[in-house]
Write a protein that binds this ligand. Structure first.
Ligand code: NAD
Length: 491
C-alpha cells in the first residue's frame, strides 16, 4: 500500500484569504462645507477669520473646513461657559442627569453616522469605531448620568461642589470617546466645559455639537473650539478657567503643568505609555496571541495604553513568535470603511514620519524586523503591522512611545525579571499579564507600576473602571467614581 498523505493539521492562514469588499455606506454622513466654533449653543465664525481643511488620512480627500480658534475666540468660549455655569451648577441634579441620558441615547441613535465620520476623519477601521468608540462613548454618558444626582453618596460625609469652567483638550486617536470621557463627568458634577479637539480629527466633535442641540443642552454648557496646539495653549492661559483636563503627549502635558504653576487651576494629565504585555509559559497561548495582536494593532497602535512591549518567557519565545507572525499575516490592512478591515490608515503624514523614523532606528540598533506581506493602498498614509525581535531594553523602540502598529519583543526568565523589565520605563499607564495562575496575576499586579493591569485580556475598557497613569503617564483618573473627583471640590 502506498503511503497515504495525511491531511494537513492546520489551514494555512495567510492573507490569500480574499474577502469580497464590504463597504459601510459613506453617504450616511454628510459634512457641512465649513464648521464654525460652537460657542454659547451656536455655530459662530471665528474672530480669527482663519480656517483649515481636515482631510481623510485614508484617501487624502478634503472633508470639510474647520475654524482655527484664536485668542479672542477662546476668551469668548470661556465667557460663555462662565455665564452658563451660574445656572447649570444650580440646576437640580436629576435634571442634569436627564440631559446626560438624552445625549447617551442620541449617540446610540446616531451611532452609525458618527462611526462613519470617525473612520473617515481619523482613519480607524469601521469595525472599531462602530463596536468600540461609539458604544463606549454612549456608555460613558449613561454611566455619569447615573452619578449626577448621587454625588453625596459617592463621597459620604463630604459636600461635593462643582469647580466651574473645565478646559478640556483631547488627542486624535479616540476623538469622540475622549470627548465623552471628559465631558460626561464634568457635566454630571455641574461644571461647564470648553473642549479643544485635535486638529486632525475635529469632525465628530462638530457633530457632537449638533447632538448637544438635539439633547437641549443649555447654551454655553458645552463649547467647542477647534484649532491646533496654539488654540489649546490659549485655552490653558485663559484666566477664567478652573480646571484643565488634558490627554495627549507627555511633552505638551509638561508644558501645561509649567503654565499652570502658581495658578489656582486644578489639573489632570493623561499622557503617553509604553505598556508591557507579559506572557508566561503556562498561559493559553492562542488566546495570548489574540491579546497581543489586539494590544498593539488595535487602532493602528495609536493607543496610549497599547501593549507595545511584549515580554515573553524565554522557554516559549520561538513558539509564540511563530504563532504571532502567522496571525499577523491574516490582518487586513486597508480601507477603514470596509467592515473586514483590521488595520486602517495612519492618522497623519507627520505621525507616519514619526513611526518610520523610530522603526528605522530599530533596524539600525540591531533588532530584527518582520512585516507580513501586504499591499498598502497608494493614496493616504499606511504602515504595515510590524514586529521586532532581538530587542534590547536600551533600544529606542523599547523605550520610546511609537504610537503606531509596531511591537518590540523582549524575553524574561523569572517573574521578578519580568517585573523589573516591565517597570523599566518612564511611563506607567497599563500592563497585561498572561498566565493560568490567578495568584501570579495578583502578585504581578501588586508590583507593576502602571495604572491598569489586565489579566488574560488587553485593551478592555469600562466606564465604571478608573483609568490613568503613574510616572510620566500623568496623574488623575478618568472613569468610575474616581473620575468624578477631578471635577469636584469639597466643602
Ligand atoms: P499632542 O500632545 O501633540 O496633542 C494633544 C492635544 O493637545 C491636541 O488637541 C493638540 O492640539 C493640543 N496641544 C498641542 N500643543 C498644545 C499646547 N502647547 N497647549 C495646549 N494644547 C496643545 O498629542 P497627540 O500627538 O495629538 O496625541 C498622541 C499622544 O496622546 C500620545 O503620546 C498618547 O500616548 C497620548 N494619549 C494619551 C491617552 C491617555 O489616556 N493617557 C489617551 C490618548 C492619547
Amino acid at each position: 500500500m502506498g503511503a497515504v498523505e495525511k491531511p494537513r493539521a492546520e489551514v494555512a492562514a495567510t492573507a490569500a484569504w480574499d474577502y469580497a469588499p464590504a463597504p459601510e455606506a459613506r453617504d450616511i454622513v454628510s459634512f457641512e462645507r465649513r464648521y464654525g466654533l460652537f460657542i454659547g449653543g451656536e455655530q459662530v465664525a471665528p474672530r480669527s477669520r482663519s480656517w483649515f481643511t481636515t482631510i481623510s488620512p485614508s484617501t487624502e480627500e478634503p472633508l470639510a473646513e474647520v475654524a482655527q480658534g484664536g485668542q479672542k475666540d477662546v476668551a469668548l468660549a470661556v465667557d460663555a461657559a462662565r455665564e452658563a455655569f451660574r445656572t447649570w451648577s444650580r440646576r437640580k441634579p436629576s435634571e442634569r442627569a436627564k440631559v446626560l441620558f438624552r445625549i447617551a441615547r442620541i449617540l446610540q441613535e446616531r451611532a452609525r453616522e458618527l462611526a462613519v465620520a470617525e473612520s473617515l476623519d481619523g482613519g480607524k477601521p469601521i469595525k472599531e469605531s462602530r463596536d468600540v468608540d461609539l458604544p463606549l462613548a454612549a456608555a460613558h454618558f449613561f454611566y455619569y448620568a447615573g452619578w449626577a444626582d448621587k454625588l453625596e453618596y459617592a463621597f459620604p460625609g463630604r459636600r461635593p461642589r462643582p469647580l466651574g469652567v473645565a478646559a478640556q483638550i483631547v488627542p486624535w486617536n479616540f476623538p469622540l470617546l475622549m470627548l465623552a470621557w471628559k465631558i460626561a463627568p464634568a457635566l454630571a458634577c455641574g461644571n461647564t466645559v470648553v473642549l479643544k479637539p485635535a486638529e486632525t480629527t475635529p469632525l465628530t466633535a462638530m457633530l457632537f455639537a449638533d447632538v448637544c442641540r438635539q439633547a437641549e443642552v443649555p447654551p454655553g454648557v458645552v463649547n467647542i473650539v477647534t484649532g491646533d496646539g496654539s488654540t489649546g495653549a490659549y485655552l490653558v492661559r485663559e484666566q477664567g478657567i478652573d480646571k484643565v483636563a488634558f490627554t495627549g503627549s507627555t511633552d505638551v502635558g509638561k508644558a501645561i503643568q509649567r503654565e499652570l504653576a502658581g495658578r489656582e487651576v486644578s489639573l489632570t494629565l493623561e499622557l503617553g505609555g509604553k505598556a508591557a504585555n507579559i506572557v508566561f509559559d503556562d498561559c493559553a497561548l492562542d488566546q495570548a496571541v489574540e491579546g497581543i495582536v489586539n494590544g498593539i494593532y488595535f487602532n493602528q497602535g495609536h493607543v496610549c495604553c497599547a501593549g507595545s512591549r511584549l515580554l515573553v518567557q524565554e522557554s516559549i519565545h520561538d513558539q509564540l513568535v511563530r504563532k504571532l507572525k502567522r496571525r499577523m499575516a491574516t490582518l487586513r490592512v486597508g480601507d477603514p470603511l470596509d467592515k473586514n478591515t483590521d488595520v486602517g490608515a495612519i492618522n497623519s503624514s507627520a505621525q507616519l514620519e514619526r513611526i518610520a523614523e523610530l522603526v528605522q532606528s530599530g533596524v539600525e540598533e540591531g533588532a530584527e524586523l518582520y512585516q507580513p506581506p501586504c499591499r498598502l493602498p497608494e493614496k493616504g498614509w499606511w504602515f504595515a503591522p510590524t514586529v521586532f525581535t532581538n530587542v534590547a531594553q536600551s533600544h529606542r523602540i523599547a523605550q520610546e512611545e511609537i504610537f503606531g502598529p509596531v511591537l518590540s519583543v523582549l524575553t524574561f526568565r523569572t517573574p521578578d525579571e519580568a517585573v523589573e523589565k516591565a517597570n523599566n520605563t518612564m511611563y506607567g499607564l497599563s500592563a497585561g499579564v498572561w498566565t493560568e495562575k490567578g495568584s501570579r496575576i495578583l502578585w504581578m499586579a501588586e508590583r507593576l507600576r502602571s495604572g491598569v493591569v489586565w489579566g488574560n485580556t488587553f485593551n478592555r475598557f469600562d466606564p465604571s473602571s478608573p483609568f490613568g497613569g503613574y510616572k510620566e503617564s500623568g496623574f488623575g483618573r478618568e472613569g468610575g467614581r474616581h473620575g468624578l473627583e477631578p471635577y469636584l471640590r469639597f466643602e
